[in-house]
Design a protein around this ligand. Structure first.
Ligand SMILES: CCOC(=O)Nc1nc2cc3nc(NC)[nH]c3cc2c(=O)[nH]1
Ligand SMILES: [Zn+2]
Length: 372
């Protein structure tokens, strides 16, 4: 009996949106679902109780960062990510390919491995598919991402094909290197912005024994319409009975547009990173809380939000940022994560009612109006 199970209980009649539940050894994830990013084994500035209170069920850690610091053997000796962080829910680790390629600029990719320079001490790191799986098994995450080869866009067609074909070979090496049956492996579809390549890659990966499938190589600066075109072209070639995870996405509109095209799981730094930078998401668009207009505004960020930040006035939140108090970034991170989870909960309910398209239209109207 597998430790992992994915069940769809509603399929939206008018879109490709699905409502499901992904069961892991550390509990269930309601889908569509959003995973807060905890790159260095912490969702920045929040305790795990605060993260849980936002409604998050599954969080994301990053293999590349944790392998560099404190080292995956150290994490294992400290009880793995669950023992170290005390987060008892599901954890997904992406092996950080994106961080490598975006943060460091990959020094080189050979058939054997990706070689890059550590952003901490400049040391040369060589990451093979096998080592990436070994690291993630030490971290003890519930879901491990395969090591893939991501090319920066725009890229020469030959380079896109080459990286996509290497990613498939590396995905097979990751499966062969796996030793834990209580850790799922998710494949990552590559293929740039070429719908035909994406379909080929998805079809090939779907024939392999993965518990889930991610769409990579997006949210790397391409226009939203291009992202939506690629997810719409890729999902039909992925198994219907496995979770689909769109990496690094996105804004609230991106979440809904991609749920409509068949995506089940998301992760993005936006709610936390923008929160730390004094930007709050609301149903009527984004609020830049440092703006002087909020100076004596007694209203909460969002009257419909039950989070701890929304018990305060906008004026107080603005003061915290102007005074550079650490509570400011913490409260806005909590609000933004709560907001993202609320959107996902509303989306799940709308799919159950068969009214997802109506829901998306209503939300987009609010987001595109001017915040008050
Ligand atoms: C190296 C394999 O593990 C990975 O995490 N690969 C991977 N991660 C990604 C993360 C991304 N974040 C964004 N936008 C913020 N886009 C991403 C793409 C990938 C990816 O293609 N591949
Ligand atoms: Zn709030």
């Amino acid at each position: 009996m597998s430790h992992f199970q994915y069940n769809i209980h509603h399929q939206d009649p008018a879109t490709a949106a699905r409502r499901g539940v992904f069961t892991t050894p550390h509990g269930r994830v309601q889908t569509p679902g959003f995973m807060p990013v905890g790159t260095q084994a912490t969702v920045k500035g929040l305790t795990i109780d605060q993260v849980a209170a936002t409604g998050a069920e599954m969080i994301l850690g990053n293999t590349y960062h944790l392998a560099l610091r404190p080292g995956h053997e150290t994490v294992r000796r400290l009880g793995g990510l669950h023992g170290m962080t005390l987060w008892q829910g599901p954890i997904l680790t992406d092996s950080g390919g994106f961080q490598i390629f975006s943060l460091e600029g990959i020094r080189e990719v050979s058939e054997q491995q990706a070689t890059f320079r550590s952003h901490i001490d400049g040391a040369i790191i060589q990451l093979t598919p096998e080592h990436s799986i070994e690291i993630q098994e030490s971290l003890g995450s519930d879901v491990a991402m395969v090591l893939d080869h991501v090319v920066a866009l725009p890229a020469e067609p030959d380079a896109v094909v080459d990286a996509m074909e290497r990613s498939i070979r590396w995905a097979k090496r990751c499966l062969n290197a796996a030793t834990r049956d209580d850790q799922a492996r998710f494949a990552i579809v590559q293929g740039g912005l070429d719908a035909k390549l994406r379909a080929e890659c998805a079809t090939e990966l779907s024939s392999l024994a993965f518990e889930g499938f991610a769409i990579g190589g997006l949210s790397v600066g391409e226009p939203p319409e291009e992202m939506y075109r690629i997810t719409a072209a890729t999902c039909p070639h992925l198994p219907t009975d496995k979770p689909r995870y769109l990496m690094g996405v996105g804004t609230p509109i991106d979440l809904l547009e991609n749920i409509a095209r068949g995506i089940d799981l998301f992760d993005c730094v936006m709610p936390t990173r923008n929160g730390r930078n004094a930007m709050a998401f609301t149903d009527r668009g984004q609020i830049k809380i440092r703006n002087a207009v909020h100076r004596e505004d007694t209203r909460p960020l969002d009257p419909d939000c039950h989070c701890v930040a929304c018990r305060h006035s906008r004026g107080y939140l603005r003061h915290l940022f102007i005074a550079k108090e650490m509570l400011g970034p913490i409260l806005l991170s909590i609000h933004n994560l709560t907001y993202y989870q609320r959107i996902m909960a509303e989306a799940r309910a709308a799919i159950e009612l068969g009214r997802f398209s109506e829901y998306v239209a209503k939300k987009k109207k609010g987001w595109l109006s001017q915040p008050t």
